[in-house]
Design a protein around this ligand. Structure first.
Ligand SMILES: Cc1ncc(COP(=O)(O)O)c(C=O)c1O
Length: 426
C-alpha cells in the first residue's frame, strides 16, 4: 500500500511494503471471519492464573520495575542457557545469551549490526514476512533461494555462491517453516554448515517453532554443530506467550557484542517485568511441561486441518504436511490466483494469506500465485473444519466461473487485496 504524505520519509523505509501485519490483525479480529491467516499461538490454552501468580511474584522484586542489563537479566539468561545447553548438547553460558523483545527484534538488531544498504542477503523463497520487512528496511539486496519438501534448495544456494555472491547473512527458518511448513533435512543442515565454513557465511537459524514437532525429538539445531557461523534466534512467543515479547540470540562473540550495542541504542534494555515473569513462571512450571501442553494442542489442530483439506478441498488442490509448527502451504488448482480470490473468501467469512505475500521478488514459480498459507494454530478443530469448508466453497465457485468463461473469477475490489487488508504477519 502506498502512503501519501506531505512529509519527507526516510529512504530506509520508503519502499518497505505497508504494514501488512497490522492490517491483517485488524481483519482477523472481525468475529464473523474465521481466520486461517494469523500465526497466533493458542494462548487460550495457557494457564493464565499461573502466569498471573508469576507476574505477581515478579512484581514483588523492585528490579522488575527498574531498568536492567541491556543483554538481559541474569535470572532469565540462566534459564535460557540451561535450556539451550540441553537442546544443543554443548555448554552454553548465561553470558552467551542476549535477550531481545521477541525474535523479530533480534532480526532487526542483526540487520543493524551486519547489513549495510546494498549488501546481499539470502532469504528463503518464500520467506517469513517479518524477516523480509527487516531486510528490506535495511536496504539489503535480497536473493531468494527456493524451498522443497526438505527445506532450502542448497544446490541453488551453492550456484549463487559459486557465481561469486557473498551474502552478509543467509536467513533460514530451519524447522517447521513459516510459511511452507517444511523442515530442513539433517543432511542439508550439515551441508549448509559446510557451505558456511567454506564461503565464510553467517547463517541465521530462526527457530521459534523447533520445539513444536509432533514426531519424536526436535530437529537438531545447526547451532549445535557450527557455533562459529550460526546465529541462533529463539523465542518464547510460540512456546509460551507472544504478548510478553521475550526472545533471545546466541551469536558468535563479535556479532553478539554489536547486537548488545544495537539493542542499547534501540531500547536501552528489554522489559525487566516480562523477563522476570517468564523466569518466575518457568521456575514452577518447567518449560518442557509448557511445550508438551502446546504440542498436543497443535498436533490435534494440524490433524484437523489435514483431515478437512482431504475431505473438502476440490481435486487439484495440494498441500504440505507439516511435522510441527503452525502452517500448511496449499496450492490451488491450475488457473486460480490466491491473491485475486481473497476478497471473495473474506466475503464468505474465511481468511488466509496469499502465498505471493511471502516472496522477496515476483516469483518465477508459476505455482506461487496459486499458493496460500493456512494456519491451524489459533482456531479450534471445529473452526478449522468450518474455515476449510468455506474456503473449499470459494475455490469451487472460482473453478466454476473459470469453467464457464475460461477465466479466473473477477474479484470484487480488483485483483489485489481488499482495501486495508493487504496481508503479511507473524
Ligand atoms: C520465523 C519467525 N521468526 C520470527 C518471528 C517473530 O516472533 P517473535 O518476535 O514473537 O519472537 C516469527 C513470528 O511469527 C516467525 O514465524
Amino acid at each position: 500500500m502506498t502512503v501519501t504524505t506531505d512529509f519527507p520519509l526516510s529512504a530506509r523505509l520508503r519502499d518497505v511494503r505497508g504494514s501488512a501485519i497490522r492490517d491483517l490483525l485488524t481483519l482477523t479480529a472481525r468475529p464473523d471471519v474465521l481466520s486461517l491467516a494469523g500465526g497466533l499461538p493458542a494462548a487460550g490454552a495457557l494457564p493464565r492464573e499461573r502466569i498471573a501468580a508469576a507476574a505477581e511474584r515478579a512484581l514483588r522484586a523492585p528490579a522488575s520495575v527498574q531498568y536492567g542489563e541491556t543483554a538481559g537479566l541474569a535470572g532469565l539468561r540462566e534459564v535460557v542457557a540451561a535450556h539451550e545447553a540441553q537442546r544443543l548438547d554443548r555448554p552454553v553460558a548465561a553470558g552467551d545469551v542476549v535477550v531481545t523483545s521477541g525474535s523479530q527484534q533480534a532480526l532487526d538488531l542483526l540487520a543493524r549490526a551486519v547489513v549495510d544498504p546494498g549488501d546481499p542477503v539470502v532469504v528463503e523463497d518464500p520467506v517469513y514476512v517479518g524477516a523480509l520487512q527487516v531486510f528490506q528496511a535495511a536496504g539489503a539486496d535480497l536473493h531468494g533461494v527456493p524451498l522443497d519438501a526438505d527445506g532450502m534448495d542448497l544446490d541453488a544456494l551453492e550456484r549463487l555462491l559459486r557465481g561469486g555472491l557473498r551474502p552478509r547473512l543467509v536467513h533460514t527458518v530451519s524447522s517447521f517453516h513459516n510459511p511452507r511448513g517444511v523442515t530442513l533435512a539433517a543432511e542439508r543442515r550439515a551441508r549448509l554448515a559446510h557451505l558456511a565454513d567454506r564461503y565464510g557465511l553467517l547463517v541465521v537459524e530462526d527457530d521459534p517453532y523447533g520445539l513444536l514437532g509432533f514426531e519424536g525429538a526436535p530437529p537438531r539445531a545447526m547451532r549445535a554443530d557450527e557455533a562459529d557461523a550460526v546465529i541462533y534466534l529463539g523465542s518464547f512467543s510460540k512456546t509460551f506467550a507472544p504478548g510478553l515479547r521475550v526472545g533471545w540470540v546466541l551469536a558468535p562473540h563479535g556479532v553478539r557484542d554489536k547486537l548488545v550495542m544495537a539493542s542499547e541504542a534501540n531500547q536501552l534494555c528489554p522489559s525487566s517485568f516480562t523477563q522476570m515473569t517468564v523466569a518466575a513462571y518457568l521456575g514452577t512450571h518447567p518449560w518442557r511441561e509448557q511445550v508438551k501442553a502446546y504440542r498436543e494442542v497443535y498436533r490435534e489442530r494440524r490433524d484437523a486441518m489435514l483431515a478437512a483439506l482431504t475431505d473438502l478441498m476440490p481435486e487439484g488442490t495440494t498441500w504440505t504436511v507439516p511435522a510441527g509448527g503452525f502452517y500448511v502451504w496449499a496450492t490451488l488448482p491450475e488457473g486460480l490466483d490466491a491473491g485475486a480470490m481473497l476478497p471473495r473468501a473474506i466475503g464468505e467469512r474465511v481468511a488466509y494469506v496469499p502465498g505471493a505475500a511471502f516472496y522477496a521478488h515476483d516469483s518465477a514459480d508459476p505455482a506461487a500465485r496459486r499458493s496460500l498459507r493456512l494456519s491451524y494454530c489459533y482456531p479450534t478443530p471445529e473452526q478449522i473444519r468450518e474455515g476449510v469448508r468455506r474456503l473449499a466453497g470459494v475455490v469451487e465457485a472460482e473453478l466454476e466461473v473459470r469453467a464457464s468463461f475460461g477465466l479466473t473469477a473477477p474479484s470484487r475490489g480488483g485483483a489485489g487485496y481488499p482495501e486495508g487488508s493487504e496481508p503479511g504477519l507473524p
